[in-house]
Design a protein around this ligand. Structure first.
Ligand SMILES: Cc1cc2nc3c(=O)[nH]c(=O)nc-3n(C[C@H](O)[C@H](O)[C@H](O)COP(=O)(O)O)c2cc1C
Length: 397
């Protein structure tokens, strides 16, 4: 289906994270359980220069961040952590998100990533709103402890510096509206030598509810000299251009908008290259994408596990299409590529893309809730105590 879009003009200066040029200035958001090697590959294939709709051909690409790993998991060689550090041969620029609360462990983990995994970029996650993490003072609760945040950032940047690997910080606006941390975190990140700061413009209390506060992204841009990456509620390529025009941010981080829609990266590459968007995929083309996704998962995880892992993506891919309930249910039980193929063959390949889905939120929405914090957490912002339990049970941002 052909599309015409009215696009705001964006003066996108080159996005540079240290030596890493990100062009177009688009980052695949780290998403636990989603942005594994298979999904990153799928998104990268869509966004890659050389694609008919990507007119930029400077030899660089967007950045596709791996699922988050913990510093303890890596330093202690936990098998689940190591299993997440898998990269496609085409991933010439490895980007990993790291989380931890102990500067020494973070430094050691950064060094391992640089020396043993050849990463080109490390992102640090201080945006997780999950109660079992914030209750221990981790995730989005941690930036409240500004000295500890500084110590973690400085240690990680210092450990990565000899390898020329840029470190970025990803965070939220704060704990809640009364306890905002993003402006101070931005300054700390800048002073610690971080190459950029990404802001998911919600508080932890908001979880994924409501709308992202793009004005806060603009405020952060005014407040720091390092590049700011805007994050939150980019559902279509045009949203990315709007966010950049409205906030002056240097680039965008795209999460839920690409769930079941890896071609969003093709659209983003086109939009930033001022090229017309590609036609929207028919159901047959979506089915081909689903097949490719499942095959990639099978390649990295084995067929059965890969197919089971693929199940969670099915509703996202089929959102808005007329595919019947019984077929969807069967797809939800898929455990082999052959079975998947049989089921995909039952979809109507000519069914056009459901236009009503364009611009709609997808993935997690959640509802606001009080942020669980350790006792008296808010009393002393300069406390340097560490609760290693804050590294256990973390699951995203
Ligand atoms: C399934 C899922 C997993 C996520 N996991 C992480 C994570 O591991 N690290 C992180 O920094 N953010 C994580 N996030 C948050 C996203 O990176 C992003 O900040 C958030 O979804 C807002 O962006 P969006 O509106 O483009 O989705 C996760 C989000 C989702 C939906």
């Amino acid at each position: 289906m052909e599309r015409t879009l009215s696009l705001p003009a964006v003066e996108a200066a080159e996005l540079r994270l240290g030596q890493v040029v990100v062009d177009p200035p688009v980052v695949l958001a780290p998403m636990a359980g989603v942005t594994n090697a298979a999904f990153r590959t799928l998104c990268r294939e869509q966004g890659a220069p050389g694609d008919a709709h990507s007119v930029r051909s400077s030899g660089t690409t967007g950045l596709y961040v791996c699922e988050m790993i913990t510093s303890r998991g890596l330093v202690e060689r936990d098998q689940t952590t190591l299993d997440m550090l898998v990269f496609d041969p085409g991933e010439t620029r490895r980007s990993v998100q790291l989380y931890g609360v102990d500067p020494a462990y973070m430094a050691r983990a950064a060094e391992i990533l640089c020396t043993e995994y050849g990463v080109a970029h490390i992102d640090l996650n201080f945006g997780c709103p999950v109660p079992k993490v914030t209750r221990k003072g981790g995730g989005a609760a941690l930036p409240w402890k500004r000295r500890l945040l500084r110590a973690i950032l400085e240690a990680t940047v210092k450990a990565a510096a000899p390898y020329g690997v840029p470190v970025t910080l990803k965070t939220r606006k704060g704990i809640d509206d009364d306890h905002l941390t993003f402006l101070e975190a931005g300054r700390i990140a800048q002073e610690a030598g971080c190459a950029a700061i990404a802001l998911h413009a919600r508080t932890a209390a908001q979880h994924y509810s409501g709308t992202a506060d793009w004005d806060a992204i603009g405020e952060l841009v005014e407040h720091v000299d390092i590049p700011v990456l805007g994050n939150g509620d980019i559902w279509e390529a045009t949203d990315a251009l709007h966010m950049m025009a409205k906030t002056g941010c240097a680039g965008v981080v795209v999460g839920r908008g690409c769930l079941g829609r890896p071609w969003l990266f093709r659209d983003l590459a086109a939009a930033f290259g001022a090229a017309p968007p590609a036609p929207l995929p028919t159901l047959g083309e979506v089915a081909a994408m689903m097949r490719r996704h499942a095959e990639l998962l099978a390649r990295y995880m084995g067929e059965e596990r890969g197919c089971k892992e693929f199940r969670k993506h099915i509703a996202w891919y089929l959102k808005g299409f007329a595919a019947g309930g019984e077929l969807r249910q069967s797809l939800g039980l898929v455990d082999s590529l052959g079975f998947l193929e049989t089921l995909l063959a039952r979809l109507d390949p000519a069914e056009p893309y459901p236009m009503a889905e364009l611009g709609n939120p997808r993935g997690r929405q959640g509802s606001p809730r009080r942020v669980a914090l350790p006792d008296r957490w808010l009393d002393d912002r300069d406390d340097l105590r560490i609760d290693t339990g804050a590294e256990l049970g973390i699951s995203g941002g």
